[in-house]
Design a binder for this molecule. Structure first.
Ligand code: SAH
Length: 347
């Protein structure tokens, strides 16, 4: 049986250079091809015009170039853009461009579906189909960078891993993508402009700290009381708040980087004084700030945004305790591009 062709984009620059040397060519040829793949975004060997015909034919026989394709782009009335991205195996993920007056933020996916089971999130209903490869993550960023230049006349400024999936459950590929995004051969972005958002996987938060990734960390907390959190995020049973707390303390001791807690206040779930007090206590463990995020309803209606009095109560409690808090409005709701709404409806 004929060997399955390899995805050439899974090779590092060094591996590509070594491949050419092994073929009796120069290592420089590897650099040229690498540049076509990563700087010029070539989607076929045919496009590599400074490479000889024979070499292109040889590459064609040995490799494929897997790349994503923006299948459908939707624009929200507030300027937000959502891309439905087709992968080489026809699965789809979504990524979002969020413009503000001074920034363009890319919200990217890390998995097709999700490993976790947050009851309020549309992506969780899909179950995890597979992890994204580093280049599939990187390509989402490049697509949004291009759109930012085209529609807003400026490059992408920030990246958040808040699309589909749990980035820390696809750790190696996410970190490889971050490496490419931050390297001068990729986009040369500062890691400080990249935020990884996690539901809170203690072991992987420790690893992230050990690997000195220099990225920012956000944690989807939503409750600082175990029994409440387990109800809405059942994996909290396996990774309870004490373990999360210890991992976050470790993260801070290593990185000195302040953590952002994402928090939604829901009616009859976490809208009491007791809930807010628990959050204040949790916030004292590690330097942090809190983003109170608006709930974006998903279809089954079990969760409802709490009253504005409840959100105000949270805000006042936090401020009184000198904890920075911002209340974040959702963007792109009219095209199902807001947090927790990514579920391939457009596919
Ligand atoms: N798995 C990661 C990243 C994806 S979710 C994480 O959990 O952080 C990105 C953010 O959207 C998280 O803070 C998540 O809690 C929030 N979110 C999920 N569903 C939501 C919904 N329906 N409305 C508003 N935010 C939601």
């Amino acid at each position: 049986m004929k060997n399955k062709k390899k995805d050439i984009r899974a090779l590092t620059k060094k591996q590509l250079q070594d491949f050419f040397v092994a073929e009796g060519d120069k290592s420089f040829r590897g650099s040229q091809v690498y540049e076509w793949l990563w700087n010029k975004g070539a989607h076929s060997f045919e496009a590599m015009t400074n490479i000889s015909k024979e070499t292109r034919k040889m590459l064609n026989e040995n490799f494929v170039i897997n790349h994503i394709r923006v299948d459908r782009m939707q624009r929200s009335s507030d300027g937000t853009i959502k891309n439905a991205v087709k992968l080489h195996d026809q699965l789809t993920v979504e990524s979002v461009l969020i413009p503000t007056a001074s920034r363009t933020t890319a919200c990217v996916s890390s998995q097709v579906g999700c490993s976790l089971d947050c009851q309020f999130c549309a992506t969780a209903k899909l179950k995890r189909m597979r992890n994204l490869n580093p280049d599939e993550i990187y390509d989402q960023v490049v697509a949004i960078d291009n759109e930012s230049r085209l529609y807003f006349d400026r490059p992408l400024s920030n990246i958040v891993f808040m699309g589909m999936g749990e980035p820390l459950m696809n750790y190696n590929n996410v970190m490889k993508a971050v490496e490419k995004i931050t390297s001068p051969e990729g986009l040369g972005m500062s890691p400080k402009r990249i935020t990884i958002s996690t539901s809170g996987v203690p072991k992987m938060i420790r690893k992230l700290a050990d690997d000195e990734a220099k990225i920012k960390l956000a944690v989807s907390l939503h409750s600082a009381i175990d029994e409440v959190r387990t109800k809405i995020m059942p994996f909290n049973e396996t990774f309870p708040l004490n373990d999360l707390r210890a991992a976050l303390e470790y993260w801070y001791s290593k990185t000195k980087s302040r953590i952002t807690y994402e928090y939604i206040v829901w009616k009859d779930i976490n809208d009491t004084l007791r809930d807010a007090e628990a959050l204040v206590r949790f916030c004292k463990y590690v330097p942090c700030k809190v983003n109170l995020i608006e709930y974006n309803p998903i279809d089954d209606g079990n969760f409802q945004q709490a009253s504005s009095q409840a959100t105000d109560m949270y805000q006042q409690m936090l401020e009184r305790n000198n904890i920075t808090v911002t209340v974040r409005r959702s963007r792109g709701k009219d095209i199902d591009a807001a947090c927790g709404q990514l579920a391939n409806k457009s596919a």
